[in-house]
Write a protein that binds this ligand. Structure first.
Ligand SMILES: [Zn+2]
Length: 219
């Protein structure tokens, strides 16, 4: 049965093998008010500040635009500035997974933070144990490493792959392979200003995720 758009009734054409479930972590900004406690950079000397949920949305928006233009099926899971709870996110994703005749892959986009400003670099998480997610995370890791050769790649290779493992709610409760990217540190001034707050940095971070999607789609 052909899929039709819920808004306009048009047939959705999709050549992709997977449905990419894109999850932008935390809330956005509504009427100038950031919807999530914490999850922000310090206010830098020049007055700039990053709100993580705004950044996460900017990245997912870029990935979604690419998917639209290239017939890759995806869901923008949290297409709102509200801070939708983790349990609701997972419930919605699992519903898509159950109703879909295609395999799904869950990608949660975040920026990192730490109390010590010196912490820096990029890392990706999967749920513990060897799963299909490990391979997807490794592909993303390699794309980021290629795109950002002058930045630190944080990895845990004790289990034979580069992803770190964590019991993050969205990783262990989703029914499909799931990864969570921590795209550099908003609490590190260099990374926050040159990568997270800049359009160019955002484009490059999105590009790494897009390259991952292309690689996995074409395997
Ligand atoms: Zn986050």
């Amino acid at each position: 049965m052909a899929k039709v758009c819920r808004c306009c009734g048009q047939e959705i054409k999709s050549d992709s093998k997977y449905i990419w479930i894109l999850d932008n972590g935390h809330g956005g900004i509504i009427d100038g008010v950031y919807q999530t406690a914490g999850k922000r950079s310090p206010i830098w000397a020049d007055g700039t500040q990053l709100f993580e949920g705004e950044f996460n949305r900017a990245i997912v928006k870029r990935i979604a635009k690419y998917c639209d233009e290239n017939n890759i099926e995806y869901i923008n899971l949290v297409d709102t500035n509200e801070d939708v709870s983790l349990s609701t996110r997972v419930k919605m994703a699992n519903e898509v997974y159950r109703e879909s005749d295609k395999p799904c892959i869950y990608v949660s986009v975040h920026a990192n933070g730490f109390t010590d400003e010196s912490a820096n670099g990029w890392e990706v998480f999967t749920s513990p144990g060897e799963t299909q997610s490990d391979h997807i995370a490794t592909v993303l890791y390699e794309e980021v490493e290629k795109e950002f050769p002058n930045y630190k790649m944080r990895k845990d290779t004790s289990d034979g792959d580069v992803d770190k493992e964590s019991n993050f709610y969205v990783l262990i409760h989703t029914a499909m392979p799931a990864i969570l990217s921590e795209n550099f540190f908003m609490t590190n001034e260099r990374e926050c200003k040159t990568l997270l707050l800049s359009e160019e940095g955002r484009d490059r971070i999105a590009k790494s995720h897009i390259e991952m999607i292309n690689k996995i789609e074409n395997e």
